[in-house]
Design a binder for this molecule. Structure first.
Ligand code: SAM
Length: 252
């Protein structure tokens, strides 16, 4: 399995003690990679406000608060850091739409199967990929995410990891996810004037090859951009419906 150590500043990102110490030291709030405003078009497109949402590795990000302000009604936030969860629980005790729990994404057995319509992950799989036993941790986490999603539900992963390092983990047949990929520049990125882009909009999905890689001629405008993997858990009923349609079509 691929491990993207080149992008990890520290192996400690997979370690609860590291995160506790960091949250004690830094306090306040911080959103990794992107704020909700930039992600909103994707979130609104794939996750309806009435969804039951699980935010994995919420840290002290404002993302969930912004989603509630935008109409989301039920967001359960989990993190391995007790410090982060204590802070967030106190900060948001007046917002009933937000719940906070200490939990390891590799073992979310507290929740029954198919508990959520959507799971949002901004930087948490990335953290695990920097820790020890990265491939095993990633597999445990993704198996749990898949178990918790309702059929037709969505796992939205916001990451710096390009398809070479993320698709081998996400495309395992056992998950049965239909994956759509987007790429957005980091906040504040200015395109050099000399560059003219052939892409219409960041809202257009990026085609993947059959091997799950970027096309050879695909150019990243911002080398430090972020990828959004929208992984939709295929509903078994859809498969049955499609094969029934095929059967009917064959008979006609
Ligand atoms: C890069 S930060 C992202 C925080 C937040 N999602 C954001 O966008 O700002 C990764 C978060 O994952 C949490 N984390 C790391 N390993 C975890 C695990 N095994 N289970 C749950 N949370 C974990 C860390 O405590 C940290 O808050």
């Amino acid at each position: 399995m691929f491990r993207d150590v080149s992008s990890c500043n520290t192996y400690s990102y997979g370690d609860a003690y590291y995160w506790d110490a960091r949250y004690i030291q830094e306090g306040g709030s911080f959103d990794w990679y992107q704020r909700y405003a930039a992600l909103r078009p994707f979130v609104r497109k794939y996750i309806s406000p009435s969804s039951r949402v699980l935010m994995v590795g919420c840290g002290n990000a404002v993302m969930s608060e912004d989603m509630v302000k935008d109409g989301y009604e039920d967001i359960t936030n989990i993190d391995i850091s007790l410090v982060a969860i204590d802070m967030m629980r106190r900060k948001y005790e007046y917002i009933p739409q937000l719940k906070y729990m200490v939990m390891d994404v590799r073992d979310m057995s507290f929740f029954p199967d198919e508990s959520f319509d959507a799971v949002v992950d901004k930087g948490t799989l990335d953290s695990l990929m920097c820790g020890t036993d990265a491939p095993i941790s990633a597999a445990r986490m993704l198996a749990e995410v898949c178990r918790l999603l309702k059929p037709g539900g969505t796992y939205m992963l916001i990451t710096y990891g390009d398809p070479t390092v993320r698709m081998p983990h996400l495309s395992r047949p056992v998950y049965n996810w239909k994956i759509t990929l987007y790429n957005i520049p980091r906040p504040g990125f200015q395109q050099p004037e000399s560059c003219s882009s052939s892409r219409k909009s960041y809202l257009d999905p990026i085609p993947l090859t059959e091997k799950g890689t970027l096309a050879a001629d695909f150019v990243l405008e911002d080398p430090d951009s972020h990828f959004i993997y929208v992984c939709r858990k295929i509903d078994d009923a859809e498969i049955v419906d499609t094969s029934m349609y095929q059967l009917t079509a064959d008979l006609l």
